[in-house]
Design a protein around this ligand. Structure first.
Ligand code: UD1
Length: 381
């Protein structure tokens, strides 16, 4: 672990300065932290420090995103790596606590719903440091999802709850969170998408993979509930077989899913699908280009449901629930579950009826991070 330094001049923070420790740890955090770090630059009073917990550490799960999204080098990397939930969460907490004690920030800002989010949130709150949660209020109402536990707990201890879609406002109200803590700011992940669309257009991934715009599908699957069990994953594989028989299908595979293929006896099943192309996880720009030009996206990710909504691409979510219901009501997303017949039927419907560009959800306009910086300043007066 390197010694942390505040990026701005001077050891002591001057009068009126607002010290903010920003936390990221896993891949979906990086596109949320990028616009925040940029938005802070417009405010001289904000002194940001960026802490990477090291929850994700592979080159193409982490570093590549920092370069492509021009996120400043983290001031500190806690290098926690992988482990069981308890071990990972505990490691992050014990390594983050001295950082907060040393720097005594005015705020700790956490994003999303990964183990780094709740671990650093708990540390901040217990040390009496105010906690802001970006992407607050989302609920799948499925407590078997580790992310749902992380969301519920982080929101319960946050001082500022920054909400991305209307359902978040309702959920927090129902849970008794006082209105004055809650701010509807929009979606920082979409800030990043809008800021990078032109750059992604220049990606050569389609040519490199010999794909035609609109002539291929994209698949991502990594949720334990889908890829840790042989029967469930086997049933999803049946559906993917039918889907790849229709169009070439690109599957940038998360390391967890890749490790599971041989363990669950599914490696050969995947090899027998001639048009299914399993590749390494992609960087942000190549993946954005791939999604934007896909016929259909099949996923169990949270963020991809939102990104396909803005891109106007049909998204089939291989889950029974979503914490992002605005993508169903004002988006291109359909929940299909893991029944192969339902997944294939939904796929055929997508192919038969091209998506009409739906209305984009409110405040998904590329300015969410600016609103968050304004909220932090206003609450620090
Ligand atoms: C985590 C998040 C999940 C998010 C996902 C995106 C939690 C509880 N889950 O799940 O919400 O959607 O990230 O990727 O925080 N591994 C590597 N290299 C890496 C990182 C992980 O090989 O850089 C492998 C390891 O075998 C590890 C496994 O992936 O054990 C799972 O990683 P982990 O961070 O525990 O959870 P994810 O499944 O990635």
């Amino acid at each position: 672990m390197e010694a942390g330094v505040w990026r701005t001049e001077g050891e002591e923070h001057g009068e009126g300065m607002i010290k903010i420790i920003n936390v990221c740890g896993a891949r979906p955090n990086f596109m949320k932290i990028a616009p925040l770090m940029r938005a802070y630059q417009a405010h001289e009073r904000i002194q940001p420090l960026l802490v990477h917990t090291g929850q994700h550490y592979d080159e193409n799960m982490s570093n590549l995103f920092f370069r492509e999204l021009e996120i400043p080098e983290p001031d500190l990397n806690l290098e926690v790596g992988s482990g069981s939930h308890a071990v990972q969460t505990a490691e992050i907490m014990s390594r983050f606590e001295p950082v907060v004690l040393e720097h005594r920030p005015d705020w700790v800002v956490v994003v999303g719903d990964v183990n780094s989010t709740i671990a650093c949130g708990l540390v901040a709150t217990k040390l009496g440091v105010r906690l802001a949660h970006v992407e607050a209020g989302l609920r799948s109402f499925d407590r078997s999802m580790p992310e749902e536990i992380n969301r519920l707990l982080t929101d319960a201890i946050s001082d500022m709850l920054l909400v991305s879609e209307p359902s978040g406002l309702e959920n927090l109200k129902r849970e008794g969170i006082p209105d004055e803590k809650v701010h509807f700011v929009g979606n920082v992940m979409i800030d990043t998408l809008r800021a990078n669309l032109a750059k992604a257009e220049r990606s050569t991934i389609l040519e490199d993979m010999n794909l035609e715009p609109g002539g291929f599908n994209v698949v991502t699957l990594h949720r334990p509930s889908n890829v840790d069990d042989a029967q469930t994953f086997g049933r999803i594989a049946d559906a993917l077989d039918a889907i790849q028989a229709d169009l070439p299908t690109v599957f940038p595979m998360h390391p967890r899913t890749l490790h599971n293929l041989p363990r669950l006896g599914l490696a050969e099943r995947f090899e027998r699908m001639p048009q299914l192309h399993v590749i390494e996880p992609l960087g942000y720009l190549d993946f954005l280009k791939l999604m934007a030009k896909a016929a259909v996206v099949v996923t169990d990710s949270g963020g991809i449901q939102e990104e396909t909504t803005v891109l106007g691409v049909c998204c089939l979510t291989v889950r029974e629930n979503t914490e992002r219901p605005v993508t169903l009501t004002s988006g291109t997303n359909t929940l299909v579950g893991t029944d192969p017949d339902l997944l294939v039927a939904a796929y055929r419907r997508c192919r038969a009826t091209p998506v009409k560009q739906p209305p984009v959800p409110e405040k998904w306009d590329g300015k969410a991070a600016d609103r968050i910086a304004d909220c932090l300043i206003a609450a620090s007066q």
